[in-house]
Design a protein around this ligand. Structure first.
Ligand code: B12
Length: 288
């Protein structure tokens, strides 16, 4: 929803709560400010209805057969469990630069530090909303789509954080693809921060895709006819999640093999260090 701020205060009814548009604007700019204060490197707002029309929501149900992970409730593969009154998505990004690799490492079953940071930022935004706008409903969206999470890259694009690059990742002008995302939804229609006109891949001469150890971008495997959209994984339909996942399986095996030598001491207990492949992130020159 776009706001054209008139002089008079326009009252609207939202799920029984009356808020005016001036408050709405103040509220959304405060959210953006607070998210940064709490540690987000990037933050934006997207409209839930617009998000539901995005490519991942069209494609995922068609390619998610045999996906990993147990689906919650009655959800079919690739389907998203949208909160009933959800109107706007707040998307945050935390930068994961190459020189801070630990942000991305799993220590045994403990999720990466970068993920912890993302979760904490969202929790702080929710706490701030609860304390100051108690009547507003908030939903902290899970990471996994099969657990009710949304497609975060589409949300980030719609909120203006960047674009999808040839490597199938969100490329932000500030940090390139080396960011991690998380989102929350609220039951208020807030002005969207809108997609940006940005496409660094179109003039880029670096052959980033050839660096993939599994050649995950080698061939076109999805097409518009079957998928119902021309915006496809890898943009042109050449990203193979199966090949990419093979590499991640190998990374898991490698972590186990190195257990005795590359163990990480935590609470005096040795745990395995798992470092997933990030070559498609590191081979991108944007934001370095
Ligand atoms: C399942 C999953 C995986 C699976 C399958 C990946 C896949 N893309 O299918 C596996 C395990 C293989 C994987 C691998 C990786 N993942 Co992953 N993964 C996810 C997860 C949970 C869902 C992704 C998904 O299923 N997408 C749906 C499929 C159908 O679509 P897609 O392949 O993404 O392609 C769509 C987009 O490209 C989009 N699109 C293309 N152009 C445009 C243009 C516009 C305007 C729009 C709106 C959309 C759009 O349309 C395509 C569909 O047609 C997300 C978190 C989340 N909840 O969103 C993280 C996520 C995408 N992964 C992430 C990362 C970092 C990785 C890895 C680098 C591994 C790692 N070290 O962490 C690799 C990189 C893979 C790559 N180059 O794409 C990050 C990406 C951050 C970023 N900068 O974009 C996310 C967002 C997690 C996070 N916390 O930030 N992942």
């Amino acid at each position: 929803m776009k706001l054209n701020l008139a002089n008079e205060i326009v009252l609207i009814i939202l799920g029984g709560i009356r808020i005016n548009k001036i408050d709405e604007l103040q509220f959304s700019s405060l959210i953006l400010k607070k998210a940064k204060e709490f540690g987000a490197d990037l933050v934006g707002i997207a409209n839930v209805d617009e998000l539901k029309e995005c490519p991942s929501y069209i494609v995922a149900p068609k390619i998610s057969e045999g996906e990993i992970g147990q689906r919650d409730g009655d959800l079919k593969p690739g389907e998203v469990d949208w909160p009933k009154n959800g109107k706007s998505v707040i998307v945050i990004a935390v930068s994961h630069p190459e020189n801070k690799p630990k942000l991305d490492w799993w220590r045994g079953k403990t999720p990466p530090l970068g993920n912890k940071k993302l979760v904490e930022i969202i929790e702080q935004i929710i706490e701030w909303i609860n304390n100051n706008y108690g009547e507003i409903e908030t939903y902290h969206m899970p990471y996994h789509v099969e657990k009710g999470g949304i497609f975060l890259k589409d949300a980030a694009v719609m909120a203006g954080l960047g674009c999808i690059g040839r490597n199938n990742l969100l490329i932000s002008p500030e940090y390139g693809p080396r960011v991690r995302l998380r989102a929350m939804i609220i039951d208020q229609n807030l002005p969207s921060t809108d997609p940006i006109k940005y496409d660094p891949c179109s003039n880029c001469e670096i052959d980033c895709l050839s660096e993939c150890p599994q050649n995950a971008f080698e061939e076109i495997i999805y097409n518009e006819g079957k998928m119902g959209t021309k915006i496809l994984p890898g943009k042109i339909g050449n990203y193979s999640r199966f090949r990419c996942n093979n590499q991640m399986e190998k990374d898991i095996e490698a972590a186990e093999k190195r257990n005795t030598t590359a163990s990480y001491k935590s609470n005096n207990k040795a745990v395995k260090l798992l470092k997933y492949c990030r070559i498609c992130e590191f081979s991108c020159p944007i934001g370095k």
